[in-house]
Ligand binder design. Structure first.
Ligand SMILES: C[C@H](O)[C@H](O)[C@H]1CNC2=NC(N)=NC(=O)C2=N1
Length: 92
């Protein structure tokens, strides 16, 4: 576990800059809604490319036009700066 976990204070601070993201056990979560499945899946394709580039991968759930994204760092057993970076990149 080479990647350090964020402290509670660091997480609270990071979430101020990430509207829509909520803290869940060991990670952060956001739900996205799209016009239809094609738009949801196009979003997932873009996120997949970001994730692969960052070597950091989401846990996610899709049904029709909804995508729930959960970010956690398995190597850290909790939330790390890598999750905040990926959340920021996804929202951009
Ligand atoms: C070997 C590889 O770098 C690691 O397994 C990476 C890949 N993607 C990952 N994604 C996430 N979400 N957490 C990790 O700890 C993680 N580790």
């Amino acid at each position: 576990m080479a990647i350090p976990r964020l402290t509670d204070a660091e997480i609270e601070l990071a979430l101020v800059a990430l509207p829509g993201w909520n803290r869940v056990s060991e990670g952060i979560e956001r739900s996205y809604k799209f016009a239809d499945f094609m738009h949801a899946f196009a979003f997932m394709t873009r996120v997949a490319l970001l994730a692969e580039k960052a070597d950091h991968h989401p846990e996610w759930f899709n049904v029709y036009n909804r995508v729930d994204v959960r970010l956690t760092t398995h190597d850290a057993g909790g939330l790390s700066a890598r999750d905040v970076a990926l959340a920021t990149a996804i929202d951009a």
